[in-house]
Design a protein around this ligand. Structure first.
Ligand code: NDP
Length: 398
């Protein structure tokens, strides 16, 4: 018996809500809260089960605290934007509510992806006897659980991890992003960074590229080295890790548009005076681009996200495995009216919430996904729409 509050009803929030309503024994009561209440009401009508809706500006801590104290949920599922993370954690502490998110905090004025701000809440959550689970999406999220699953069952001594995120889908738009455009473009235009023998190595944005042949006859794509937040938590929690890198696929068309937008200053995140009004060019660009939620009915093809892990097996021999999920954009749309990027994020958020509420993952403090037993999460991925496979061979060399 648990009441949850889902904050944010964009692409990801919609999937979380669709998945939670189907598990009434776990999520007995659901509150949808977001900045624009009409979007909560529209979503509520699609869900086929009665849910409560509420307006909230999650950056307004007293307002959110009051809402939490009124409804008394056991858990907040934060699928608003990374800028809200700390404010929502503050409100959860003030109201005595557990917390889960899918993306680490980012300060609005600098594109910095670090866990330090949220890890600093550990003692306060611990003292309050509350749990915060960080990064329960696909990447971060499932990718970390994939690694700990291999560590538990196949490769106890992990030396190298390559996370590979491929989207072989097509939405037919000249230029669009698959999740919030502002967050997506900040991430993609940031410097690349990877973990090597105890230090971080930086690369110019999208300067390291290599072809990748996806399994299951999905074809080949160019993948690019990027920084991604789970590298930081994996480097912290996987002892003996020597190298961890993150790669993402981009089409030439996407990169061509991004380069031009960058060259003309449209991806800037500092304020610019326009006709006496301060605007942030990237926020203005977001207003012009297609809403990722509108891509659902248009997108065809599949995503393939996985981790190639190298290390020593239980006998001390060198070994390598690739663990991955393939997700079909059209199947996702048929099931929950969203494309696969929102689906692959929303399903793990629901699963993380389920494991917290059923006590399978528990603790007081702030935790990352690597810190828990991967088995129940992996079982639920198979059960709730994100089945995975393991290939006991090398699929990628660079
Ligand atoms: P959207 O932009 O589609 O949705 C964001 C939602 O948050 C909207 O409903 C928006 O309201 C609401 N919101 C924004 N600001 C506030 C606020 N101050 N108070 C209350 N509500 C607010 O984003 P996505 O659904 O694409 O992404 C959601 C999250 O998922 C992001 O943090 C993103 O980084 C993360 N993500 C994680 C992935 C992973 O694998 N781990 C992959 C993809 C995304 P309004 O409609 O009024 O703007």
């Amino acid at each position: 018996m648990a009441k949850v509050m889902i904050i944010g009803v964009g692409g990801v929030g919609s999937v979380v809500a669709h998945k939670c309503v189907r598990l009434p024994k776990v999520f007995t009561e659901i509150i949808l809260a977001s900045r624009t209440k009409s979007k909560c009401d529209t979503l509520a009508k699609q869900l086929g089960r009665k849910v409560t809706t509420a307006q909230v500006d999650a950056d307004n801590v007293p307002q959110l605290t009051k809402l939490l104290k009124t409804h008394k949920p056991q858990l907040v599922i934060n699928v608003a934007l990374p800028y809200q993370d700390l404010h929502i954690m503050d409100a959860c502490l003030a109201a005595g509510v557990n917390y889960l998110d899918t993306a680490n905090y980012e300060p609005p004025d600098t594109a910095r992806f670090e866990y330090k701000w949220q890890w600093a809440y550990h003692d306060r959550f611990k003292q309050a006897g509350l749990m915060a689970l960080l990064g329960s999406g696909f990447d971060p999220g499932v990718t970390s659980v994939f690694c700990t699953y291999l560590q538990k069952h196949l490769i106890p001594s992990i030396k190298r991890i390559d996370i590979i995120d491929c989207n072989a889908g097509n939405h037919g738009q000249p230029f669009a992003t698959n999740f919030n455009p502002e967050i997506n473009i900040r991430e993609v235009t940031a410097k690349g960074r990877y973990w090597k023998r105890g230090t971080w190595v930086e690369t110019a944005p999208l300067s390291v590229k290599t072809p990748f042949k996806m399994p299951d006859k999905l074809g080949s794509l160019n993948i690019y080295l990027m920084y991604h937040e789970e590298l930081e938590s994996l480097a912290t929690h996987i002892k003996g890790l020597q190298q961890a890198r993150f790669w993402m696929s981009f089409s030439d068309n996407y990169l061509k548009h991004l380069e031009v937008l960058g060259n003309v200053g449209m991806t800037r995140i500092d304020p610019v005076n326009f006709n006496g009004v301060e605007i942030i060019p990237l926020q203005f660009l977001k207003a012009l681009l297609p809403d990722p939620a509108s891509l659902g009915p248009l997108t065809t093809g599949k995503t393939c996200i996985g981790c190639q892990v190298r290390g020593k097996d239980t006998n001390g021999n060198d070994t390598v495995a690739f663990i991955y999920n393939v997700c079909d954009h059209e199947d996702c749309y048929r099931e929950v009216k969203s494309q696969a990027i929102s689906y692959t994020t929303g399903v793990p958020a629901m699963i993380g919430a389920k494991l917290m509420l059923t006590g399978k993952w528990s603790g007081a403090g702030v935790f990352n996904m690597e810190q828990f037993d991967p088995d129940p999460f992996m079982d639920d991925l198979n059960h709730y729409g994100l089945p995975w496979k393991i290939l006991k061979r090398e699929v990628f060399r660079k």
